[in-house]
Ligand binder design. Structure first.
Ligand SMILES: [Zn+2]
Length: 284
């Protein structure tokens, strides 16, 4: 699933579209096979002939705003959502595997939202205020990509009584704590901080929490610099390029391989239905 660094990489590649005029936003015929898109066409009328003003990122969400309408679009890539540039809608649309939404610009490239597994979101809200009140946005914690990373706030948040009995490998996925962290960068951050994912928060010292906060920030920034992690075609940039962050992963996706530090086998366990990769020797 695209995490903060992947979503931010996509956003940055979409930014040159800003100030361009939108001809129309349309759902594809394929989208009509899925209940969440059915009969949603009229809600895209306000975006006709508007100008794309900006695209903001909140955790793993993108919010699209326009000149000419107060309506905004909330977009989540889900498991497999991706944006694809398309120069010519009549010929190159077939290159996109699961097109759900098309934003037709007055001047190409147009952009197509493809979503193979169909967990993505593309929702219209009446105003920016309204989308900011939407619970999954309103409840987001500090952003893992914030510079400088708010280390003091991270430690104060994680030390809240409600988290003391939580397992750190599970808690780090909670977007109320650090937004944008998902399964990949959770595992990599815990490895860098030398913390076992099975430990309870209350057993972590202040020094360990500091190391963890620094690790989250460093791992996410490094991933952003490498345009995110691409394991397959499910995450690519709008240009079709893949990210390179998977090339330096120490634990994620490396079950049974040798730890780069100590040579032990990397282990894979399941925590709340999500896989966690770690080295039990380096991460005590
Ligand atoms: Zn190791």
């Amino acid at each position: 699933m695209p995490e903060g660094p992947e979503v931010e990489s996509v956003r940055q590649e979409l930014l040159p579209l800003i100030k361009n005029r939108v001809k129309q936003i349309q759902l594809t015929p394929l989208s009509q096979k899925y209940p969440k898109y059915q009969n949603k066409q009229p809600s895209f009328d306000p975006f006709r002939k508007t100008i794309l003003r900006d695209i903001y990122r909140y955790g793993k969400f993108l919010v699209w705003s326009f000149e000419g309408t107060k309506n905004v679009i909330l977009n989540h890539l889900g498991m497999s959502g991706k944006w694809c540039f398309c120069e010519d809608l009549t010929t190159s649309q077939s290159d996109v595997t699961h097109p759900k939404v098309i934003i037709q610009m007055e001047n190409p490239p147009h952009i197509i939202f493809s979503d193979t597994r169909n967990f993505g979101q593309f929702k219209v809200f009446k105003s920016y205020d309204e989308v900011m009140k939407y619970p999954p946005i309103k409840s987001l914690g500090i952003d893992g990509l914030e510079i400088p990373f708010p280390l003091v706030e991270f430690i104060s948040r994680i030390n809240h009584k409600r988290y003391e009995d939580k397992i750190i490998g599970e808690l780090l996925l909670n977007q109320r704590l650090v937004a944008g962290v998902g399964n990949i960068y959770k595992a990599e951050s815990l490895f860098q901080a030398k913390i076992n994912p099975l430990r309870k928060v209350k057993t972590l010292s202040k020094k360990e929490l500091e190391h963890l906060g620094i690790a989250i920030s460093e791992v996410m920034q490094k991933a952003l610099k490498d345009l995110g992690s691409s394991f397959d075609s499910l995450y690519t940039l709008p240009s079709g390029e893949a990210g390179n962050a998977q090339l330096w992963h120490n634990v994620y996706g490396r079950k049974g391989k040798q730890c780069n530090i100590c040579g032990s086998e990397i282990e894979k366990i399941t925590q709340k239905d999500r896989s966690t990769f770690f080295c039990s020797k380096c991460q005590q």
